[in-house]
Ligand binder design. Structure first.
Ligand code: ATP
Length: 220
């Protein structure tokens, strides 16, 4: 059975936590590929100030030399809020029951799953893989916890299920977030090794995140 993973997010900007998490899923779950799936308008977050075009361009740069990772921009082409259930319905329509589809999320996202539109419906359409995330605690909503307990399977079995299974992935612990990177860029700090070099070059070239809001701007 073909096994595909999808890591949804804002990627504002993409960083090594996303990229290592996606690769750890390829390795530990035996997925054929993981697509990074940028949201146009995440329902539970503020609208990103950085345009979808910039966020997807940074993603393309981030995966350009990693054949196990791709970028899927379908949510950017859809008007309105980016509900995951709509995306997963589309994916399931595209990849029929002979494909294992796994939606990947960090533990902090799982903690909010009960706020997602038709979150129970996700289990009919795809598996869920959860990435451990430093600082995130598993205080799960009762209904979510019960659902997960019923569906939990070993990481190595997930790719044999088309949908409905849940597993936890031991991600390389990386205490990095887009919020912290945006703050560091704004403060003129060095963000090398927190995100791919090509992405840093793109940010500087396009003057994103106030990254030139330091002495350098004054001396231009
Ligand atoms: P922000 O700081 O702007 O909220 P973020 O760093 O959490 O952003 P997102 O694009 O919102 O990044 O994350 C997409 C998905 O990747 C989410 O499910 C999130 O939990 C997961 N994720 C992000 N960073 C990490 C990390 N360092 N370790 C594990 N999972 C992560």
């Amino acid at each position: 059975m073909r096994a595909l993973g999808f890591l949804g997010g804002t990627f504002n900007p993409v960083h090594i936590g996303h990229l290592r998490g996606a690769l750890d899923c390829v390795d530990q779950l035996g997925l054929d590929q993981v697509a990074l799936l940028p949201a146009a308008q995440p329902p539970l977050k503020d609208l990103p100030v950085i345009s979808a075009q910039h966020r997807s361009a940074m993603l393309e740069l981030a995966v350009q030399r990693t054949e196990d990772l791709t970028v899927d921009c379908r949510e950017l082409d859809r008007p309105g809020l980016s509900f995951t259930i709509d995306t997963v319905r589309e994916l399931r329509h595209q990849w029929q029951g002979d494909t294992s589809l796994t939606f990947i999320m960090g533990l902090d996202s799982l903690v909010n799953l009960h706020h997602w539109r038709d979150w129970q419906g996700l289990f009919e359409l795809c598996n869920i893989a959860v990435l451990a995330r430093p600082g995130a605690h598993a205080a799960l909503d009762g209904a979510v916890r019960r659902s997960i307990d019923q569906r939990r399977c070993p990481a190595s079995d997930l790719k044999h299920c088309a949908a409905g299974a849940v597993t936890f992935v031991n991600q390389t612990p990386l205490d990095v977030s887009s919020t912290a990177i945006r703050g560091a860029l704004k403060g003129g700090k060095n963000v090398q090794f927190l995100l791919p070099e090509a992405v840093i070059e793109y940010i500087v070239a396009h003057e994103l995140y106030d990254c030139l809001n330091t002495d350098r701007r004054g001396s231009d």
